[in-house]
Write a protein that binds this ligand. Structure first.
Ligand code: MEV
Length: 312
């Protein structure tokens, strides 16, 4: 038939944002309770219907450029002969908060186009199509987000590829949104500019962030929550040094630590967006979340990885 649906979910980066642009690995967690969904159906002209824009694809506002590219790339590769269609989008992933909203939307679109024409692209083809939209959104994305928003489990990402990250015992995290938008494109560009000015200094930070991510993967496998928390704290301090944090992010990190979090750091591109905090136990998560709201978080989410159902 000529209708199709698709989805992608949110993600939080546990360790390795920014360093992954230069050197792996990075670890990402799925946020399965927040989703972008897409549905498409044949229509007389190419249209988009979404919460933010409704109208012809040609007249879509500039911030829809990655969406238009996802549609164009998916059609060109998966449905070359298909006629025009209407794309209906919905997302409850907050936009520009480092939670993977752009990649999840692109994943939803690519999957919906494939579904509509009965195509079954392999993982790498799907990844490349999502990446085409991500390049329009972010310039030179590592591919971490594109892999994370379609993976149901925590992943270890390196050199464009993802594998499930083993998690020995359940870990509960609180994600707290500053409510401030942060542009991943600008944050990545600013790290690049700093690195051009101070290659040795910034490369040392990048190398340490990548090492922390690598060690964190082992912490997950071995169930070392305290060590993982320490690595998160060190990573935040390093991300502050490369100037991708903000006063609001730093304040939430301080509040999380004061409320007993084992570790806390910004997550994603930074400059705005969210903090990820590791709760000592599942029972400790609600008071940690309340403390973050009291400290100014616009919204909080709680996620557990490594439970028998993987995530709740
Ligand atoms: C953004 O979620 C993660 C960054 O490392 C950028 C990228 O991986 O392309 C900041």
């Amino acid at each position: 038939g000529s209708t199709g649906t698709g989805r992608g979910h949110g993600k939080a980066i546990l360790l390795g944002e920014h360093s992954i642009v230069y050197e792996g690995p990075a670890i990402a967690l799925p946020l399965l309770e927040m989703n972008a969904t897409a549905s498409i159906r044949a229509a007389p002209e190419a249209r988009i219907a979404s919460d933010l824009y409704e109208g012809a694809v040609d007249g879509a506002p500039a911030r829809f450029a990655p969406i238009v590219e996802a549609v164009r790339a998916a059609r060109a590769v998966l449905a070359p002969g298909a006629g025009p269609f209407e794309l209906t989008l919905h997302s409850d992933i907050p936009y520009e908060r480092g939670l993977g909203s752009s990649a999840a939307t692109a994943a939803a679109i690519v999957t919906a186009v494939a579904d509509a024409v009965g195509a079954a692209p392999d993982e790498d083809t799907r990844h490349e199509l999502i990446q085409r939209a991500e390049r329009v959104a972010h310039g030179a994305p590592s591919g971490l987000d594109a892999r994370a928003v379609v993976a149901p489990t925590p992943i270890r990402f390196d050199r464009g590829r993802a594998e499930p990250a083993g998690v020995a015992s359940p870990l509960t995290f609180v994600v707290a949104d500053t409510g401030v938008r942060g542009s991943t494109r600008e944050a990545v560009a600013s790290v690049r500019a700093r690195r051009e000015a101070d290659r040795a200094g910034i490369d040392a930070v990048i190398r340490r962030l990548a090492t922390l991510a690598d060690e964190a993967a082992a912490d997950l496998v071995d169930g070392r929550a305290d060590a993982l928390g320490d690595r998160m704290n060190e990573a935040h301090a390093l991300l502050v040094r490369i100037d991708v944090s903000s006063h609001e992010l730093d304040a939430l990190v301080v509040a999380a630590t004061a409320a007993g979090a084992l570790g806390a750091k910004l997550t994603g591109g930074g400059r705005g967006g969210c903090v990820l905090a590791l709760a000592p136990s599942r029972e400790d998560a609600p008071p940690l979340a309340s403390a973050l709201v009291a400290a100014g978080a616009a919204r909080v989410w709680t996620t557990t990885v490594g439970a028998s159902s993987n995530q709740e």
